[in-house]
Ligand binder design. Structure first.
Ligand code: NAP
Length: 253
């Protein structure tokens, strides 16, 4: 199983101070990677770093706001100078804002696009500028089943994740000749802070379980196998692909 081994490879996971990003950081560490934990709240980052270190892993903290291109550039340059070369990037930071489209505020639209889509461009562009001379790297963009499917009251989120899917393909095309692979990972429904309104809604939960071939919500640990696969040499000829980990939701009308 050596092709899945990530021994000593440095991974930056944006938005890894909670939820899916935190689980992905744990999964990469289990496969041998060193990780940089990111978010805006330094206390939440410190908790995750301490937990990983207590488990014997190598974890570093780097707080920055992924929507601020100057902060992104300076943080990535500091990681490269002080911690080491980034070999794996997971663009995971994201938010959800629910409202019918006719009532959706312009500033909320901008906040959502900036966090879910602009950020992936800012972070990946800076990381790619370091990866290109090394001719090596794997970038994973956290998409969603909403990269393919809509639902009432989340059109802007679906637009951001649909855009991220196409940005993934564009990055794969432009950076493939430089030895960099870029793929998407598309989670179905997982119980995190981002989805807490849905988790609390029994009608939605029942609808979701009926709609999902595997009949349940996902658990965040179930995303790590796919992330390790896409980050590692096990997927050395896979690029521009979006891998859905969704209990079968995208297979069904
Ligand atoms: P979550 O529990 O709310 O965690 C979001 C993480 O992103 C936190 O660490 C948060 O830290 C960070 N973050 C948010 N805005 C940021 C910013 N501007 N700069 C830096 N970090 C920021 O969300 P989640 O459910 O784990 O979702 C993670 C990703 O998976 C998102 O892209 C989401 O769209 C996607 N996804 C989730 C599901 C699901 O079922 N949960 C399904 C499909 C896709 P701070 O608040 O400290 O900044």
């Amino acid at each position: 199983m050596n092709v899945f081994c990530l021994n000593n490879r440095l991974a930056l996971v944006t938005g890894s101070s909670a939820g899916i990003g935190e689980a992905l950081a744990h999964g990469l560490c289990e496969a041998g990677a060193h990780v940089v934990i990111n978010g805006r709240r330094t206390d939440a980052i410190a908790r995750v770093v301490a937990e990983l270190q207590a488990a014997g892993h190598t974890a570093h903290a780097m707080a920055f706001d992924v929507t601020d291109p100057a902060a992104v550039k300076s943080a990535i340059d500091r990681i490269e100078a002080d911690i080491g070369p980034i070999e794996i990037l997971i663009n995971n930071a994201g938010i959800q804002r629910r409202q019918t489209l006719e009532a959706f505020e312009e500033e909320t639209w901008r906040e959502l696009m900036s966090t879910n889509l602009d950020s992936a461009f800012y972070v990946a562009k800076r990381v790619a500028n370091h990866m290109i001379p090394r001719r090596r790297g794997s970038i994973i963009n956290i998409c969603s089943v909403q990269s393919e499917l809509g639902r009432p009251s989340i059109a802007p989120y679906a637009a951001s994740k649909g855009g991220l899917k196409m940005l993934t393909k564009g990055m794969a095309i432009d950076w493939g000749p430089h030895g960099i692979r870029v793929n998407g990972l598309g989670p179905g429904y997982f119980a995190t802070e981002l989805n807490k309104a849905l988790v609390a809604d029994e009608t939605f939960s029942q609808w979701l379980c009926d709609r999902t071939p595997l009949g349940r919500w996902g658990e965040v640990g179930e995303l790590t196998g796919a992330a390790v696969f896409l980050a590692s040499d096990a997927s050395s000829f896979v690029t521009g692909h979006v891998l859905y980990v969704d209990g079968g939701v995208t297979a069904r009308l």
